[in-house]
Write a protein that binds this ligand. Structure first.
Ligand code: 8X3
Length: 246
């Protein structure tokens, strides 16, 4: 059976923003290829949305190559894989956590882009979405490992926009603030109490809120490039300033 729908590839698709984006793009008419290490969770979502799950570890160049080889054509790539580990002053940085953050957010985005950009361009109307963060736009205390990685990831993405000017591919950066996902649980090494504290007293964004923004950007006409969309909860002014109810 030949696939009539255009293909959208989503990394980090086993949960959170990635999983919600897979569902939202499928509803918008895409055949979605879901990539993540937790491929079984991807498969469950793929079954639900008539998509395809493929194992992917963006930290591993061989895994990225095998993943890309399994995708004959693609119109959309959502670089969503990444995350934060740790929350401490720069002088107390854990180098292994920093290495993971730079590998996942920066080199992961680079590897995925290198592997799939030729296919996006060949589609005649490619869209590359990179999910950065408000941490790509500002710095905050105890966050330098993550904010430096996100700044670097955004720098790669914004450079690509210039390097491919004139070619049929759009570059969209979506920079979310607080979104309630596994993000904080991962950052705090599985400490649910610390993770819940991040969202206490306010209404954070949901993964679906961000997925809708991504789908909106992807479904604009080919000449419309949403360069940067910053999306935060109403109660969040910036990384270090939010309004919390008692
Ligand atoms: C997540 C947002 O403010 O925790 O990317 O860095 S923040």
């Amino acid at each position: 059976m030949s696939e009539q729908r255009p293909t959208a590839v989503v990394t980090g698709a086993s949960s959170g923003i990635g999983a919600a984006t897979a569902r939202t793009l499928a509803a918008a008419g895409f055949h979605v290829v879901l990539g993540a290490r937790r491929v079984q969770r991807c498969q469950e979502i793929a079954d639900e949305i008539d998509g395809t799950a493929v194992a992917l570890d963006v930290l591993d160049a061989g895994s990225v190559a095998a993943f890309a080889a399994a995708i004959p054509a693609a119109r959309v790539l959502v670089n969503n894989a990444g995350g934060a580990k740790g929350f401490e002053p720069a002088v107390a940085a854990d180098e292994d956590q920093w290495r993971w953050m730079w590998e996942a957010n920066v080199l992961g985005t680079l590897r995925m882009t290198r592997a799939l950009l030729p296919k996006l361009i060949a589609s005649g109307d490619g869209v590359l979405v990179t999910v950065t963060s408000i941490a790509a736009l500002e710095t905050y205390d105890n966050g330098s490992g993550y904010t430096s990685a996100k700044h670097a990831q955004a720098a790669v993405h914004r450079t690509l926009r210039g390097e491919h000017l004139g070619q049929p591919v759009r570059f969209v950066e979506v920079a979310p603030g607080m979104v309630e996902t596994e993000f904080s649980l991962v950052r705090f090494g599985g400490d649910a109490e610390q993770a819940d504290h991040v969202y206490a007293g306010l209404t954070p964004l949901t993964a679906h809120d961000v997925a809708e923004v991504i789908a909106f950007a992807v479904t604009r006409p080919p000449h419309v490039n949403l360069d940067l969309v910053v999306v935060k909860p109403r109660d969040q002014h910036s990384a270090m300033r939010s309004f919390r109810r008692a």
